[in-house]
Design a binder for this molecule. Structure first.
Ligand code: HEM
Length: 234
């Protein structure tokens, strides 16, 4: 069985690693959106969700660091594949076409390296804002919990954060729009029909996830969620 280093240095291994890490990250993103949508649920739903996470204690930090490592491996290999392609073909194509079926070249596919780097920088900034952010506490079922909901609402009162996040969520949609399909192809999925179905599913997933995440800062910025928060939205 090849080691991680061997996989990361062979061309096929690199493709498989970007695909596998990409699918893992998409699963995390789906789970994360589910947790964040608790902001629209019962008044204390988001803080309850956060309490469940925090009750994992040091395991939560081990999982967060593991997640960040997966992000970095995914970005590092993705960028190196991009550089390799660029070095192999420094001149841009004038017309995009492919041998089998319609080409999957699009703005989304051509901006993967750019959107990926922005997302990686975003995640570091994002963990600093929320996971390491300064929160108050609330009591939930007799247990002290972090008031993450008020921190989220307070943060998105600031137009820089609200619209900055909304913009990055559009880039997330663009990245996933090509990335979901590409991940399965890298893992060896073949056949024109399966490829076309997956391209459509990937596109729909990208739109749903981007809109789901984008809605949160915009809704909060325009006053939603204030009534349930402990802080004042004036
Ligand atoms: C509007 C969009 C988003 C909101 C409101 C949001 C909110 C949060 C919050 C509140 C936490 C801290 C959870 C806690 O400690 O209780 C968190 C953590 C985190 N977020 Fe997000 N997030 C958003 C989008 C994203 C996106 C798009 C990504 C990845 C591309 C992401 C990646 C992470 C990671 C890696 C963590 C640390 C792990 C965790 O605590 O679950 N977030 N986010």
């Amino acid at each position: 069985m090849p080691t991680l280093l061997q996989a990361a240095t062979s061309q096929v291994g690199r493709k498989v690693l970007t695909g596998a890490t990409g699918i893992f990250l998409v699963l995390f993103i789906i789970f994360h959106l589910g947790g964040n949508l608790a902001i629209f649920g019962e008044a204390d739903a988001m803080n309850r969700y956060s309490l469940i996470l925090h009750n994992f204690g040091p395991l939560l930090w081990i999982a967060r660091i593991g997640l960040l490592v997966v992000f970095v491996i995914h970005a590092w290999i993705g960028i190196s594949i991009w550089f390799r392609k660029r070095t192999a073909r420094p001149q841009k194509y004038e017309v995009y076409s492919s041998k089998g079926g319609p080409s999957k070249q699009s703005l989304s596919s051509r901006s993967m390296a750019f959107t990926g780097v922005v997302l990686l920088i975003f995640v570091v900034f994002h963990i600093n804002t929320f996971a390491l952010g300064d929160t108050g506490t609330v009591m939930i079922d007799g247990q002290e919990a972090t008031d993450i909901k008020s921190l989220v609402i307070e943060t998105f009162q600031n137009p820089f954060y609200a619209f900055g996040y909304a913009f990055v969520m559009l880039l997330l949609g663009a990245h996933l729009g090509h990335g979901v399909w590409s991940a399965f192809i890298s893992l060896g999925l073949s056949g024109k029909k399966a490829s076309a179905i997956l391209y459509t599913i990937g596109g729909i997933a990208a739109v749903v996830l981007a809109i789901g995440f984008l809605f949160i800062p915009i809704y909060i910025f325009f006053g939603g969620g204030c009534e349930a928060a402990l802080i004042s939205c004036e």
